[in-house]
Design a protein around this ligand. Structure first.
Ligand code: CP
Ligand code: NVA
Length: 312
C-alpha cells in the first residue's frame, strides 16, 4: 500500500485515517528490518527540535533517526531560544520555516502546534504536549504487533492517570485501529467526556470497545497492560495528592495476575518510577517489553519523517 503523506504534520492521530496509520506502522517495521543497511535518505534535510520539557527518548529518536541518514537536527531548548521569552510562536514559526524542512515541538499547549503549522509551512510533529503524545503510541502499537502479529482485536489496558497525554493518544490510536481499549483510573482522573465519546464511536465503527472504569479487575483478559508516571511533566504541584489517588492502581504482580493471561505483556512509555506506578518485578520481568518499545520510538519517528518529507 502506497500513500502520499508528503507535507503532512502529526499533531494527533485524530487527523489521520486508519489506513494512513496502518501505512506508517508497516513503514516503521520495514525501517526496523532494514536498520543495518546504509541509507542516506535525509541528506540535505534539517529539523528543528523545540523542547519546553525534558526528553531522553524523543529527542534521541529524532536526532539519531535523521542524523544517521545524512540529515541534521538542531536541538532548541526553550531555556535558550527566544520563543517563550521575547518572541511569539508565530515569529519563531516564520523563521524556522525558512531554515528547516520540519519542526518537532515538545511542550505544554497543543495550541502552539497549530501556530507552528500555520506559520512555518513545513511538517510539524508533536513530540508530546499536555494533551497528546502521538509518536509514542505508534511505537507502542508496533511493539504490540511484534509480539502478537497483529493489534486489531487485542485488548490493551491503560491503568493510571486516565487523562494524561499518553492515555489520550492510546485511546485515539486504539479506536482508529480497532484495538479494544480500557482505561482504569480513579473517578477523579477520568478522561475528557467529548474525547471519550468520539473514541467510543470510532471504536465501534472498527468493531472494538473503548471503556473507562475505576475497577482494577477490568484488566481481566488483557493482552497488554500499560502504565505511565502518576505525575506528568508540569504537574509537580499535585504530586502528593496524585500518589495517594493512584496507589491502588499500581501495576504489580497481583495486578498482572488479575489479567488471567500468562502472555500478557507490560508496556510503559518511560521514564518510569519503580515502586510507584510499577513494581521493579514487573518492569524488569520477563513480560516487560519496555526496551523494545523505546527502540521502536526511533523506527516509528524515522518512518513518520520519511513519509511526511516525501522520501519514500
Ligand atoms: N517516552 C518519552 O517520550 O520519553 P522522553 O520523555 O524521554 O522523550
Ligand atoms: N505523561 C508523561 C509522559 C512522559 C513521556 C508526561 O507527560 O510527563
Amino acid at each position: 500500500m502506497e500513500l502520499d503523506l508528503k507535507g503532512r504534520s502529526l499533531l494527533t492521530w485524530l487527523d489521520y485515517s486508519s489506513e494512513e496509520i496502518r501505512y506508517l506502522l508497516e513503514l516503521s517495521k520495514k525501517v526496523k528490518k532494514e536498520k543495518k543497511k546504509i541509507h542516506q535518505r535525509f541528506i540535505g534535510k534539517t529539523i528543528a527540535l523545540i523542547f519546553e520539557k525534558r526528553s531522553t527518548r524523543t529527542r534521541c529518536a529524532f536526532e539519531t533517526a535523521i542524523g544517521e541518514e545524512g540529515g541534521h537536527a538542531v536541538f532548541l531548548s526553550t531555556d535558550d531560544i527566544q520563543l517563550g521569552a521575547k518572541e511569539t510562536v508565530k515569529d519563531t514559526a516564520c523563521v524556522l520555516g525558512r531554515m528547516f524542512d520540519a519542526i518537532e515541538f515538545r511542550g505544554f499547549k497543543q495550541s502552539v502546534l497549530y501556530d507552528l503549522v500555520n506559520y512555518s509551512g513545513v511538517p510539524v510533529y508533536n513530540g508530546l504536549t499536555d494533551s497528546y503524545h502521538p509518536t509514542q503510541v505508534l511505537a507502542d502499537v508496533m511493539t504490540i504487533e511484534e509480539n502478537f502479529g497483529h493489534s486489531t482485536g487485542k485488548h490493551l489496558c491503560f491503568i493510571g492517570d486516565g487523562r494524561n497525554n499518553v492515555a489520550y493518544s492510546l485511546m485515539v490510536i486504539s479506536a482508529k485501529l480497532g484495538i479494544n481499549f480500557t482505561i482504569i483510573t480513579p473517578p477523579e482522573l477520568k478522561p475528557d467526556k467529548d474525547l471519550f465519546e468520539k473514541c467510543g464511536s470510532l471504536s465501534q465503527s472498527n468493531s472494538a470497545e473503548c471503556l473507562v472504569t475505576s475497577d482494577i479487575n477490568a484488566v481481566k483478559g488483557a493482552d497488554a497492560v500499560y502504565t505511565d508516571v502518576w505525575v506528568s511533566m508540569g504537574e509537580e504541584a499535585v504530586k502528593v495528592e496524585r500518589e495517594k489517588l493512584l496507589l491502588p492502581y499500581q501495576v504489580n504482580k497481583n495486578l498482572m495476575e488479575k489479567t488471567g493471561n500468562k502472555n500478557c505483556i507490560f508496556l510503559h512509555c518511560l521514564p518510569a518510577i519503580r515502586e510507584e506506578e510499577v513494581s521493579a518485578e514487573i518492569i524488569d520481568g520477563p513480560n516487560s517489553r519496555v526496551w523494545d518499545e523505546a527502540e521502536n520510538r526511533k523506527h516509528t519517528i524515522k518512518a513518520i519523517m520519511l513519509a511526511t518529507l516525501g522520501l519514500v
